[in-house]
Design a binder for this molecule. Structure first.
Ligand SMILES: Cc1ncc(COP(=O)(O)O)c(C=O)c1O
Length: 425
């Protein structure tokens, strides 16, 4: 058994943490267990996980139904090559997701995470047009987007500190303005005019640009973009890696606009936060453009763990929990509590643009700007000292809790934000 001091030493000596500047960051906190919205640290302290551990913990930590499903599956079949073989957890997941997804998305391709779900969608879209003999190679994307950290996903993301070191190597995309205030429709129309027949796909984070700053945008715009794309033969890729599985209220952010995209990217909450899994749903029309007796028309993409039975079993169990009326009620309760907290906080001169969409609440602090604004790390520390895990995006503060969070725990999170805002100069 690793002791606490040796754990810390080993971490310091050998681990390289994500999105962490090791020259500045405080030591990583050893976590020993989790239950519901709570994380228990090795020194006995607890933290309310107000960000669902990077938005993945959907119901709660160590959710028993999901833990059981994984344990049972692990004793039957842990992994099998998914080319040429199939298994019940994948088939059940496909059935469940197709039934729950916007109508018309009938094919499920599995991968490992949000970035790969996006890569798969981009490659499917580009190859789809090739198979149809169309020279469409341009991907349109929105300013301020974040679609992941692999090269394709970075290429279609907004340019900024995350992508700067790789700038020369990212492929060119057509950039439309950011969707909150920008004239996206006008720009899309001009693009479709100027590059007629060249645009392959439009990729968006429906209604919520998450990592880009929790920017919430209008459902009418998504509807209009979807109509324009359809008319122009452009595939719509909805990246619901962050917004899927009820985060914004309904099951999918696309539901706010009654839009069915051509490709839907899912990950994060898909397994309830237990295991890595990416999913790309496609329409039958896209699938049919690949089905052929010609091997060259194969979708040459896969990962060693594609279709991992444990991850699929977790996802099936999570989907079951999502269907329970109690889950919808919990999301409504969280939204109402977010709204009350923001109503109080918005009286502060330091708080700008308070906003809520389902279980996601955010505000901007008028202290510094952008992802590197110091105020974010200061608030994270302040919250940690009050038993709350927050990870602001620079000056953008948000709360996105597991649905199983109690009212008192959510209040504790908002109190931590409130006491920080109060002491701002
Ligand atoms: C909308 C969106 N797409 C893709 C990703 C990438 O997901 P992952 O970190 O699992 O690769 C993220 C991650 O935050 C995301 O928010």
């Amino acid at each position: 058994m690793t002791t606490t001091s040796s754990l810390r030493e080993l971490d310091r000596a050998h681990l390289w943490h994500p999105y962490t500047q090791h020259g500045l960051a405080p030591e990583a906190l050893p976590v020993v267990s989790g239950k519901g919205a709570l994380l228990e640290l090795e020194d006995g302290r607890t933290l309310v996980d107000a960000i669902s551990s990077w938005w993945v913990t959907l119901h709660g930590h160590a959710e028993p139904a999901i833990a059981r499903a994984i344990a049972e599956q692990a004793q039957r079949l842990e992994q099998v090559i998914f080319a040429g073989f199939t298994h019940a957890p994948a088939a059940e997941l496909a059935e469940g997701l197709v039934a729950a997804a916007p109508r018309g998305l009938t094919r499920l391709f599995l991968s490992d995470n949000g970035s790969t779900a996006v890569e798969v969608a981009l490659k499917m879209a580009l190859q789809f047009h090739q198979h149809r003999g169309e020279k469409r190679t341009v991907v349109a994307t929105l300013e301020g987007a974040y679609h992941g950290d692999t090269f394709g996903a970075m290429s279609v993301s907004g340019r900024g500190v995350f992508t700067a070191p790789f700038e020369p190597l990212l492929f060119e995309v057509a950039r439309l303005p950011e969707p909150v205030d920008g004239d996206v429709l006008g720009a899309f129309d001009r693009l479709l005019d100027a590059r007629k027949g060249e645009v392959a796909a439009l990729i968006v984070e429906p209604l919520l640009q998450a990592a880009g700053g929790m920017r919430m945008w209008r459902s009418e715009l998504l509807g209009a973009l979807s109509d324009r794309a359809r008319t122009a033969g452009v595939l719509l890729i909805a990246d619901e890696v962050a917004t899927g599985f009820g985060r914004t209220g309904p099951l999918w952010a696309c539901d706010h606009s009654a839009v069915t995209p051509d490709l839907l990217c899912l990950s994060k909450g898909i397994t309830g936060g237990f295991l890595p899994l990416g999913a790309t749903l496609a329409t039958e029309r896209i699938f049919e453009a690949f089905r052929s007796e010609d091997r060259l028309r194969t979708f040459f993409h896969g990962h060693s763990y594609t279709g991992n039975p444990l991850a699929c079993a977790a996802a099936v169990a999570s989907l079951e929990l999502l269907k329970a009326p109690a889950c919808m009620a919990a999301r409504d309760r969280i939204e109402a509590q977010h709204q009350r907290a923001l109503d109080r906080l918005s009286a502060s001169p330091h708080v700008r643009n308070p906003r809520v969409m389902g279980t996601v609440a955010a505000l901007d602090l008028d202290a510094g700007q952008g992802y590197l604004a110091r105020v974010g790390t200061e608030l994270a520390r302040h919250a940690r000292e009050r038993g709350v895990l927050l990870r602001p995006l620079g000056n953008v503060v948000y709360i996105m809790p597991p649905y199983g969070i109690t009212e008192a725990q959510l209040q504790q999170a908002w109190d931590a934000v409130g006491s920080f805002v109060e002491q701002l100069p």
